[in-house]
Design a protein around this ligand. Structure first.
Ligand code: HEC
Length: 331
């Protein structure tokens, strides 16, 4: 109901319609008490209110009105046409590639991707040789030398992406007390998913006049409460994308969001491909299955069994109960 009322509040024409129906309705209650036309008026009023709701709903869609939640200052993210949103669409792999570049250059300073190993990146826009080289850029502590000191070696495909901080305390200490969340599942973990992450990244602006956030808190209307402890991390032209794409804030935000969506569900493309194949096979199998079912059941469905009394002129042998049906097999 709250949704309906806010829809009506936001679209002018429908609100006048609904107030019209409200007026109608209040007249109805008086007339219905006094006269017999009340029923007709009542039906008309209900019809008009329904029309009001319907038009309100349609207006909401067509005008693109954003329904704001009046109890908070948070903005809802708009819907964006992500490449991978529908069951028949795959990830934009060029975007995943650029997204990784954004992660590595910008976000990896503060955020980890603890569930992503280097090997996962193979075929997600990168070749095996590329991923091996990417992993080898980082050193991993593995084992100890003869004196017991830890030894570092270059990363391998089976290693997980390096963490930015050794522990939670150092992460909080470096970020004004806030913990930068791990980004492996962040797209799935937030209401609004990709739309929210994208809006958050492009949503930094000056706080509205009269609003003051403390030191190290930045205004972002998409973040619940409006004050986030993550600074604006992206600036126009900050990265030279290897494919020549211009790195505007929105381009980088789109690419990192696609990359993070992939991190949350790296199996998406395979799953969708399997799904499409399975649906195609099931559809093809339906035709012979339907035919076979009809074929097998024809006899059963079209056999008529009727039970009749024995005609009087047929003599029944002694000992046979009078009404017991008997067929040829009994002779
Ligand atoms: C300087 C450190 C830093 C950098 C760089 C940084 N972040 Fe953050 N990020 C934070 C901190 C700190 C928080 C927690 C903010 C809070 O809770 O107020 C955060 C929170 C987030 C959140 C969660 C918001 C929520 O709804 O809880 C997302 C998503 C995010 N960052 C994405 C990114 C992406 C993508 C990048 C790279 C483009 C990036 N961050 C770069 C420090 C950083």
């Amino acid at each position: 109901m709250q949704l309906f009322s806010s829809m009506i509040r936001h679209s002018g024409a429908s609100s006048s319609l609904s107030s019209f129906s409200r007026q109608l309705f209040s007249r109805t209650t008086t007339t219905s008490a006094s006269g017999e036309h009340g029923g007709v008026w009542g039906m008309l009023a209900v019809g008009a209110s329904l029309l009001g709701f319907g038009v309100g709903a349609i207006m909401k869609e067509s005008e693109g009105v954003v329904v704001a939640n009046a109890s908070s200052n948070t903005l809802q993210a708009a819907h964006y046409p992500w490449n991978h949103r529908f069951p028949w669409q795959s990830f934009d792999h060029a975007s995943i590639r650029r997204g990784y570049q954004v992660y590595k250059t910008v976000c990896a300073t503060c955020h980890g991707l603890q569930f992503i190993a280097w090997r996962h990146l193979i075929d997600a826009g990168f070749t095996e040789a590329e991923v091996k080289a990417m992993a080898a850029e980082y050193d991993y502590v593995d084992g100890a030398d003869e004196t017991g000191d830890p030894v570092a070696r270059p990363g391998k495909l089976t290693d997980y992406l390096p963490k930015p901080y050794a522990n939670e305390e150092s992460a909080r200490f470096a970020n004004n007390g806030a913990l930068p969340p791990d980004l492996s599942d962040i797209v799935k973990a937030r209401v609004g998913h990709e739309d929210y992450i994208f809006s958050l990244l492009v949503g930094y602006r000056d706080p509205p006049a009269g609003k003051h956030y403390g030191d190290g808190i930045f205004y972002n209307p998409y973040f619940p409460t409006g004050g986030i402890k993550m600074p604006q991390a992206l600036t126009d032209g900050q990265i030279d994308f290897e494919d020549g794409t211009y790195a505007s804030i929105s381009q980088m935000s789109k690419d990192i969001t696609t990359f993070l969506a992939w991190c949350g569900e790296p199996e998406t493309d395979t799953r969708k491909r399997m799904g499409i194949k399975a649906m195609a096979i099931l559809f093809l199998m339906f035709v012979p299955t339907a035919y076979y079912k009809r074929h097998r059941w024809t006899m059963v469905k079209h056999t008529v069994i009727s039970f009749t009394k024995t005609p009087p002129h047929i003599s029944i042998p002694k000992g046979v109960p009078k009404h017991k049906p008997h067929g040829p097999s009994e002779h």
